[in-house]
Write a protein that binds this ligand. Sequence first.
Ligand code: ZN
Ligand code: ZN
Length: 384
Amino acid sequence: MELLFKGGDASLLPLSTSMRHEDTSSSFRARQDRLRALMETHRLPLLLVTHLVNVRYLTGFTGSAGILLLGPREGWLWVDPRYTLQAGEQAVGVEVIEEKKGILPGAAKWLGKSGAREVAFEASNLTCEQFDRLREKVGGEIQFKPAGDLIEELRVVKDRGEIEAMRRAGKLTAVVFAEVLPHVRPGVEENELAAEIEFKMRTRGAEGAAFGTIVASGARGAFPHARPSSKALQQGELVIFDLGAIVDGYAADMTRTVYLGQPNRRVQSLYAAVVKAQEGAVREVQDTVTAGEIDSAARRILARYRLSRFFTHSTGHGVGLEVHERPRLGKGETTCLRSGSVVTIEPGVYMKGLGGIRIEDTVLVCPQGPEVLTPAPKDYWVIG
Ligand code: ZN
Ligand code: ZN
């Protein structure tokens, strides 16, 4: 088998956390300050944060259960006894309160006694049942006000530490792909390759995979979100790999497509068209452009090859602590990209029978243009 792909330089990967503790701690305080400024603008004296990713973003606490209440000058974090020690070590700028009988009722009771008149909450993150329970436990006359997506909006622009983590996640993802490519050959199961990718992510220092790795070969590649199966790869097939590592909580998201054997002209020109659309859209990425303009850049290029109708999803999405964040890079989206945002650019074409071709990179929006965070080559795609 001829392998037309040179692996990344593994020695370039810093595997341990490079941020010093004081840096980390000051960035959590800075995030809380930015949120408090927004709360003041929206006249929200208290904000109850139940979305765990947002709790982590604001305090650094990484446990699987915790509720944060942020006030104008102070903050409280309710955790159950499993997390008292961990929260004490991790959580910045808040008082940790251990609650043995449920953190939501605990926070509610505390609120009820606090004398507060109004509290904002993350409406999109509480079920009706949780909200009813919260209101009932709080009792009294407290007004609940939906906070909208204040924190999600803050998360759109990444700070220095976040960008550093995302650079490492992107690089690690590209290196892992390079290391797995020599195993890509007819007879190997999709499942085996997905497992190998996730194993290598961990051994290279990632916390894990940001999402279930996609390996979709042949006709299965026509489903953009196919799950890997026990199907074995065959000569003469396209294979889509969609993978992303998590480093320090931050995700990368990258897709590459390869062909086993010698592709015919049709497949070659399809691949070239997708690469052109992807690179053309990446070049457009800067902070003066709207998300919708990036999407139409990719579509315009595919249209030149009469492929628009085979591109069935949006061009990309924001990435960060979650794989799918704001902004959405889709048709007609009017939000302007902002410097410090991280987005994916991932056009693809999907055809019944033939399968799919998708190319995706995670890209940082910089004042001077795009910085691609997932540096795996696209021109070496023929394995045979
Ligand atoms: Zn992806
Ligand atoms: Zn994606």
